[in-house]
Design a protein around this ligand. Structure first.
Ligand code: ASP
Length: 458
């Protein structure tokens, strides 16, 4: 009896240890003292939330500035030898307002003296931009009463300024093993000589993912200001439903086609380690949000997982009699794009026709060079160009097992009187790509949403 009891206890201890969570908070979650309090409550509500990755303070209201943008502007003035006192004062004010609002016993005098000095010495744009996260991290660690780890010591970039994932994983992993709980600012790291380097904009998401991998977290919680990943763009469909579970693969397809909640690069470190990401809302902490996972048996409620799309594509249509039997025809066509440095999106074909879809803006500059190359190498009967096209991706792991999915998509478009210009289905049957006119883009997304979600919700 006794030993069985002990066994169970030790299993619980293991469970505790393996439930470590990394929590990343975006700029709007840390924009004011009021938001900091919500963040504090969230962290205190679950003792497994061990490592915290903050962004710089974001917008408090629409029309407000993000601290990162203020830092870029301030540094631009400094780099041009102009007076930047007013700019630095406005940035300082943002942090002091939070410190005073929270009643913290903390002064950033020394930090700001060093920052001003380094701005004068033209320490670099990346250094300047990183100070938002750096300072917010100091503030958050003070508020939570936990350790602060400067990202410059643990997020490693190479001499050439490339992120170095393996060195980081080792250095950061070792450091976290010695630190029970800590705040690690997002967005930046350093080269071996200490020079600060930032990721691209929104890069704190990447830091969160790197920290999750390094400490073998059970989950990476990414706290933002929406209750998860929406099934489609809320600017097109009013109040779209939240996706409860999505795979990394589906997410890649949707973000490639324009959906965004998370930085694209943030997926890789956790995906490699098989750690799920949970998108959560700081302003609605009880909402379960969206789970982003590697594999799942969870079926999506609406058959499809998401709809996303982009405007501004062109189709180059090539016709030639007996194209089907001419070996190497496709290669020659694609070579015309390749030698002009253009990547293409889709290549639907008929027996004697072939179309290449690609972004119009990139193509426009090279139009004549591409056409000349196609004419030279393939001697086609006719080439036509359609512009003003939009591509829509209907994505879902549930589509391959459901009969009639494509039928429903096209019936909804026909019903909305939308002319379909192109159809392409991925070989994994997890997506259907549809080309429509730019002008039909929004109506097409609404029609597809309606048939899968509104009809299901009744
Ligand atoms: N503060 C940085 C930005 O505004 C990074 C981030 O928020 O993730 O892009």
């Amino acid at each position: 009896m006794q030993s069985a009891f002990r066994d169970r206890r030790s299993r619980c201890a293991v469970k505790e240890e393996t439930m470590k969570k990394v929590v990343k908070f975006g700029g709007s979650s840390l924009a004011s003292a009021e938001q900091f309090r919500k963040v504090g409550d969230i962290i205190r509500a679950d003792s497994n939330r061990k490592y915290v990755v903050p962004s710089a303070p974001g917008r408090r209201y629409s029309g407000d500035s993000k601290v990162t943008d203020m830092l870029y502007t301030c540094y631009e003035r400094a780099a041009q030898g102009m007076d930047f006192q007013n700019d630095i004062f406005a940035i300082r004010k943002r942090f002091d307002e939070i410190i005073n609002g929270l009643g913290l016993d903390l002064s950033l005098n020394e930090e700001f003296a060093v920052i001003e000095e380094n701005f004068r010495k033209k320490a670099g744009r990346d250094y300047a931009a990183s100070r938002g996260e750096y300072l917010n991290g100091i503030l958050l660690a003070n508020y939570l009463g936990i350790e602060y780890i400067d990202a410059a010591d643990v997020i490693c970039f190479t001499e050439e300024g490339q992120f170095d994932p393996e060195t980081t994983n080792k250095v950061l992993g070792d450091r976290l093993r010695q630190t029970e709980r800590a705040v690690i600012p997002g967005f930046y790291g350093a080269k071996p000589d200490g020079t600060i380097v930032t990721f691209s904009r929104g890069g704190s998401d990447i830091t969160g993912s790197i920290v999750a991998r390094a400490c073998h977290a059970a989950v990476y919680e990414n706290w933002t200001d929406v209750s998860g990943f929406l099934l489609t763009d809320p600017h097109i469909v009013e109040n779209p439903v939240v996706i409860s579970t999505i795979t990394y693969k589906e997410l890649r397809e949707l973000s490639y086609m324009g959906a965004s909640v998370l930085h694209d690069e943030a997926i890789f470190p956790v995906r490699q380690a098989g750690i799920p990401i949970n998108i959560r809302n700081t302003n609605d902490p009880d909402a379960p949000g969206t789970m982003i996972v590697k594999t799942t048996g969870v079926k999506s409620k609406y058959t499809i997982t998401g709809i996303a799309g982009r405007k501004g594509f062109a189709a180059i249509n090539i016709e030639k009699d007996r194209m089907n039997s001419e070996i190497g025809f496709g290669r020659k066509v694609l070579e015309a794009f390749e030698i002009n440095g253009l990547s293409f999106e889709h290549m639907p074909s008929g027996i004697d026709t072939l179309s290449v879809f690609l972004e119009y803006e990139a193509f426009a500059e090279k139009e004549q060079a591409v056409l000349a190359a196609i004419n030279r190498t393939t001697q086609p009967d006719l080439i036509t160009i359609d512009t003003d096209l939009a591509l829509i991706a209907v994505v879902g792991r549930g589509m391959k097992d459901a009969r009639g999915t494509a039928g429903r998509v096209f019936a909804s478009l026909a019903h909305a009187r939308i002319n379909v210009r192109m159809i392409d289905q991925g070989s994994d049957e997890e997506n259907i790509i549809i080309g429509v006119r730019n002008d039909d883009f929004e109506a097409a997304i609404r029609a597809i949403y309606q048939i899968f979600v509104d009809v299901q919700l009744g």
